[in-house]
Design a protein around this ligand. Structure first.
Ligand code: NOJ
Ligand code: CA
Length: 516
């Protein structure tokens, strides 16, 4: 497959926005699209040049908008379709690109398609979802919903009980009600999703973050069916009609996703464990305790990188709306070292709103809109130390503001050269200045040993080479037989030093060296 890669991805640094918690302009306590527009200059000012916006569609919000009621309508609480169009224009004016969240695997039970699918009389939407023949016949692989309408049958779920799975067919069929992917009803589902993509791409969006991208074809253990669907159907469609559109998958297995048309995939908290070994396990590599094991990351990452580097990007995340914030385990200095890594690795980095200032995960929150333990990572952005952290003048906000906002807020950090925010800014400036640090520039692992620190890698592009030495631990670490010499262009903490084939990485430091 000749892969189509939009040029802008090589420079892209994404900022993920959970719209309900970003900035409220009409004073109802909920973030809105106009709020994103008003804050574009802040986002650009930090150095981000691309956005991923979580679902903003009309929804009953049982799963924060991942339960879509109408794919073509902005949820009134965020504004109007005209606001969305204006956001795309305003972003483009600033040279930014915008991905929106596409949820192709399921809808809300309140979607019109589902209401029609529930009718006992056959109609166009009867097979838009997956129904067994009788309500006593459970659908076991994804869970099912039954006894909800006059139509006989249980209906397959994709995630929560309010999110029935759209029907793209079964790869292995064991029951007569399991349709093949090329059944006319499954073809109609594909067409409906293409229609949704066209709608937003025509309005001006630059592509999609695809929710649960691997979930579309059922009983597909090796994912052959779903890979075919992405490659032969959706990728070809975009290639022909929207060659500049970009796709990032929530898949967590770049060898598969990048092989079937996605230009980007995330390393995530589920799947292969590489992401968790850095940030989430009991002894993560990035903790200053220095008890992590970088090979749990590099054994997986280096292999994935070799398999995919010509065709797409493995994207590292600072966090997202589904995981605890990094600052739950790490202090500000530890976070700076994390960012030096996140922003100097290959791939397009995705920074979750608020992580650039070290916003806290709020502990023990009561679940809201299907957040459960994710709720604490979804609180309002902390702009300044005024009422509600400057997020909204309304007494009641979407979620309560984390009480740490007097200490941790964007305004305060903007004025402090040593802040996390300014570290992120400086790292983003370097990424812009040095082509060796761009998304597609080469990566080579130089030093990564089991249970040892530091981690050293090289980035290069043409003649330019940069070495990155990462030592999150609070011990100085010496590694032998690594020849590096050049000019230190940036460091968090004291810059590493070199002496006849030995590198000393000082406690809690990250150093970037321009080799040539
Ligand atoms: C993944 C999304 O990131 C998550 O927030 C959502 O709940 C599920 N997919 C279901 O759409
Ligand atoms: Ca609002």
């Amino acid at each position: 497959m000749d892969k189509r890669i939009p040029k802008w991805l090589n420079d892209a640094v994404f900022y993920e926005i959970y719209p309900q918690s970003f900035y409220d302009t009409n004073k109802d306590g909920i973030g809105d699209i106009n709020g994103i527009i008003e804050k574009l200059d802040y986002i650009c000012g930090v150095g981000f040049n691309a956005l991923w916006i979580n679902p903003w569609y009309d929804s009953p919000f049982n799963d924060a908008g991942y339960d879509v009621r109408d794919y073509k309508k902005i949820a009134p609480r965020y504004g109007t379709n005209a606001d969305a169009e204006r956001l795309f224009k305003e972003a483009h004016k600033r040279g930014m690109h915008v991905l929106i969240d596409l949820v192709p695997g399921h809808t809300s039970i309140e979607h019109e398609w589902f209401k029609k699918s529930c009718l006992p009389e056959r109609n166009e939407f009867s097979d838009r979802y997956i129904w067994s023949n009788s309500i006593w016949q459970e659908i076991t692989d994804a869970g099912s919903l039954k006894g909800i309408s006059a139509r006989d049958g249980a209906v397959a779920l994709n995630f929560f009980s309010s999110q029935p799975a759209l029907n793209y067919g079964y790869y292995n069929r064991t029951q007569d009600w399991q349709l093949p992917p090329d059944h006319p009803s499954c073809l109609a589902t594909r067409e409906a999703m293409k229609d949704v993509m066209r709608f937003w791409l025509d309005m001006g969006c630059d592509g999609f973050r695809v929710d649960m991208a691997a979930s579309l074809i059922k009983q597909d253990p090796e994912r052959k069916g779903v890979m075919e669907l992405w490659k032969d159907v959706f990728y070809n469609f975009l290639d022909k009609e929207y060659p500049e559109a970009a796709l990032v998958s929530e898949w967590g297995n770049p060898s598969q996703s990048i092989g079937c048309g996605f230009q980007m995939d995330f390393l995530l908290q589920f799947g292969n464990g590489a992401y968790n070994s850095l940030f989430k396990v009991e002894n993560p590599f990035f903790s200053k305790k220095g008890k992590g094991d970088i090979t749990l990351f590099t054994d997986i990452y280096n292999k994935l990188y070799r398999e995919t580097c010509e065709k797409g990007l493995i994207c590292l995340i600072s966090g997202n709306h589904d995981v605890f914030r990094l600052s739950r385990k790490f202090d500000e200095h530890e976070l700076k070292v994390c960012f030096a890594f996140l922003l100097s690795m290959p791939g397009a980095p995705y920074i979750y709103y608020g992580d650039e200032i070290g916003m806290k995960y709020t502990e023990n929150m009561i679940s809201f809109e299907g957040g459960y333990d994710r709720t604490g990572a979804r609180t309002p952005f902390q702009w300044d130390d005024s009422f509600n952290a400057g997020f909204s003048p309304n007494e009641k906000t979407y979620l309560p503001v984390n009480p740490c906002y007097k200490e941790i807020n964007a305004k305060k950090q903007q004025n402090n050269p040593d802040s996390l925010l300014n570290t992120v800014k400086e790292l983003l400036q370097l990424r812009k200045k040095y082509s060796a640090l761009k998304a597609f520039s080469k990566y080579q692992c130089i030093y990564a040993e089991k249970d040892k620190y530091p981690y050293i890698y090289k980035r290069s592009d043409g003649g330019q080479e940069i070495a990155v030495i990462i030592n999150p631990s609070e011990r100085a670490e010496i590694c032998q037989n690594v020849e590096l010499s050049g000019e230190v262009i940036y460091s968090v903490g004291k810059p590493a030093s070199f002496n006849g084939g030995n590198v000393t990485a000082y406690p809690q430091s990250a150093t970037l060296i321009l080799l040539k």
